[in-house]
Design a protein around this ligand. Structure first.
Ligand SMILES: [Zn+2]
Length: 203
C-alpha cells in the first residue's frame, strides 16, 4: 500500500499533492484573504468552526480563480483559494474570521491543515517567476514544485528551521512584544535559524 494512502487512513489531515484532481461539490475550501479565513463559527456548538464546501460557495464569484489542492482532511479533499481584494462580501451564512483570533478554537486537525495551506500559499505566491532567468514558472506535474519552462530550474516549498523557547523563573515566564503585534499581545521568544547556526544550546 502506498504510504500516502496509509496516512490518509490514520491521520485526520495529510498533505497530498494531487496535480490532476478537480474540485468536487463536496470538497472543502480554505478561502484566505490576507490574515482572514472564510469560516462559519457555530454558536450552537461551542468552539466549533466549519469550512465551506463548494456547494456552500455556489454562485459566489470569488472562488473562480486558481486554486491549490492542499490535501485530505478527515478523508475529504481540501482546496485553497486566495482572495486578493481586501473587501469582499462573504457568501450568505459565512463570515470572514481573523485566523489568529481563532487559534484557540481550531481543532488540531484544522490547525494542521491551515498551517500547511498558508505555507503553500506563501510559497506559491513568491515563486511565480524564475529566480534564475525571470521567466514565469509553471506548476510541476509530478511533485509539489514550480518549474521554469525556459531554464528548468525547480522551486520547492521551503522549510525554514526555527526555534521557540520558554524562559522561566519560578512561576514567571519571559514574554516579548513585537511592535507589529496588536496591543496587549505577547509571545514566547522565537526566531529563525541563520545558515551555520546550531539548533542545540547548552544552558
Ligand atoms: Zn528560469
Amino acid at each position: 500500500m502506498e504510504i500516502r494512502y496509509l496516512l490518509r487512513q490514520i491521520m485526520p489531515f495529510v498533505h497530498f499533492h494531487a496535480p490532476n484532481a478537480t474540485p468536487a461539490a463536496t470538497d472543502l475550501c480554505l478561502v484566505i484573504q490576507a490574515d482572514r479565513l472564510l469560516a462559519l463559527v457555530r454558536t450552537d456548538v461551542p468552539d466549533a468552526i466549519s469550512f465551506p464546501d463548494f456547494v456552500s460557495l455556489e454562485g459566489w464569484a470569488n472562488v473562480s480563480g486558481p486554486s491549490l489542492h492542499v490535501g485530505l482532511i478527515d478523508g475529504r479533499p481540501l482546496w485553497l483559494y486566495s482572495v486578493d481584494k481586501p473587501e469582499v462580501t462573504p457568501p450568505a451564512g459565512w463570515q470572514w474570521q481573523e485566523t489568529r483570533a481563532l487559534l484557540s478554537a481550531f481543532s488540531a486537525t484544522q490547525s494542521h491543515a491551515i498551517s500547511c495551506a498558508r505555507q503553500l500559499l506563501w510559497w506559491d505566491r513568491r515563486h511565480r517567476f524564475c529566480g534564475v532567468c525571470g521567466t514565469p514558472t509553471e506548476p510541476a506535474i509530478e511533485e509539489r514544485a514550480r518549474r521554469c519552462p525556459r531554464c528548468t530550474a525547480v522551486f520547492f516549498p521551503s522549510v525554514s528551521p526555527a526555534v521557540i523557547m520558554a524562559v522561566t523563573r519560578g512561576n514567571e515566564i519571559l514574554l516579548a512584544h513585537n511592535r507589529n503585534f496588536r496591543p496587549g499581545m505577547f509571545s514566547v521568544l522565537a526566531g529563525f535559524l541563520d545558515p551555520g547556526e546550531a539548533h542545540s544550546a547548552k544552558g
